[in-house]
Design a protein around this ligand. Structure first.
Ligand code: NAP
Length: 291
């Protein structure tokens, strides 16, 4: 079998083009486009790449986006103060914080400083907590929340395959607050039978081999071997790892493509869809302020 490529760039373009008419209408009524604030703390080569990609995607969609850097070497309190200021700035519709943040920063304190209605990534405890309280996809949709954006992107890609999710064995490798845990919950809400693996999991390969749906978000280049992929599995690789000058996923792409039915490339898979969802959340936040 040779897997179909799940083209995240095409899915992202479709999400963004569906927003454009709405954004153009808001530009007219408000006199300005919806605006996303991208808060950066510790500039790194990798985060600069993601930042530029977000600024470009926003501009192509008709949205305004601006970087708000924290002063070099400043602590978590300065970051929280900046977020609080942007939270009360009427010209800002939504806010994201570029990760990674320095070790020791409380994600709870940082995410809590963003007003829930401006939380484009779905990380504020009010959005995040209510997401986990919703037991089904219908409850998530009805909850009037912003679900965690990378998990939402992974589910959007999965829906592209038209694969029936209910009852399937889903294995998620990685249990971070940002990706692994929320996507495991989302898959469970869609009635998949979910196994959540992590660095202490024994016999990881045996879990992966059972997966009809495999989501990887462990951040280890090509750690998931192609030989472990169940024939016909859908493989969504959220990993974005630098290997020399290139970006690679968590899965051995070429070997896994031999057995999977669908697979996301890295780059060009989960990343662009996550950005498109952040932009959609920005437009949504602006719409709520105008009605
Ligand atoms: P993280 O916070 O470092 O979490 C990594 C997770 O992987 C942890 O749960 C860890 O287990 C687990 N893990 C590490 N090594 C493992 C191993 N050998 N076997 C099994 N599990 C292992 O990372 P993250 O923030 O979730 O990011 C993960 C990856 O996703 C990174 O490459 C990141 O760049 C990418 N990412 C992509 C997007 C996107 O939009 N595409 C968004 C966010 C992140 P423990 O819990 O036991 O430590």
């Amino acid at each position: 079998m040779s897997a179909q490529i799940l083209d995240g760039r095409a899915v992202a373009r479709a999400i963004r083009s569906a927003l454009q008419a709405d954004i153009a209408a808001m530009r007219k009524t408000r006199g300005a486009p919806p605006k996303l604030a991208i808060v950066t703390h510790t500039p790194q080569a990798s985060t600069q790449v993601y930042l530029r990609a977000k600024l470009k995607a926003a501009s192509e969609t008709g949205l305004a986006a601006q970087e708000f850097p924290c002063a070099p070497g400043s602590g978590a309190e300065a970051l929280v103060r900046l977020l609080a200021r942007l939270g009360t700035d009427a010209s800002i519709d939504s806010i994201i914080v570029e990760q990674p943040l320095p070790k020791g920063f409380s994600l709870d304190a940082v995410f809590s400083a963003i007003p829930p209605r401006k939380d484009a990534e779905g990380v504020h405890p009010a959005n995040y907590g209510r997401f986990f309280l919703a037991k089904s996809a219908a409850e998530i949709a009805a909850a009037d929340i912003i679900p965690p954006c990378t998990a939402a992107a992974i589910i959007a890609l999965l829906r592209e395959t038209n694969v029936h999710i209910a009852g399937k064995e889903a294995v998620v490798v990685g249990r971070s607050e940002i990706v692994g845990r929320p996507v495991a919950h989302y898959l469970s809400a869609l009635d998949a039978t979910v196994t959540l693996c992590h660095s202490k999991t024994e016999e990881l390969s045996e879990h992966v081999k059972r997966a009809d749906i495999l989501v990887t978000c462990l951040g280890k280049p090509a750690c998931i071997k192609g030989a472990w992929i169940k024939p016909g599995a859908v493989v969504i690789d959220a990993g974005m790892n630098r290997s020399g000058d290139v970006l690679v996923g968590d899965v051995e792409f070429a070997a896994a493509s031999e057995t999977a039915s669908f697979i996301t490339p890295v780059p060009g898979g989960v990343g662009p869809v996550t950005t498109a969802i952040v932009l959609a959340n920005t437009a949504d936040a602006a719409r709520r302020q105008t009605v």
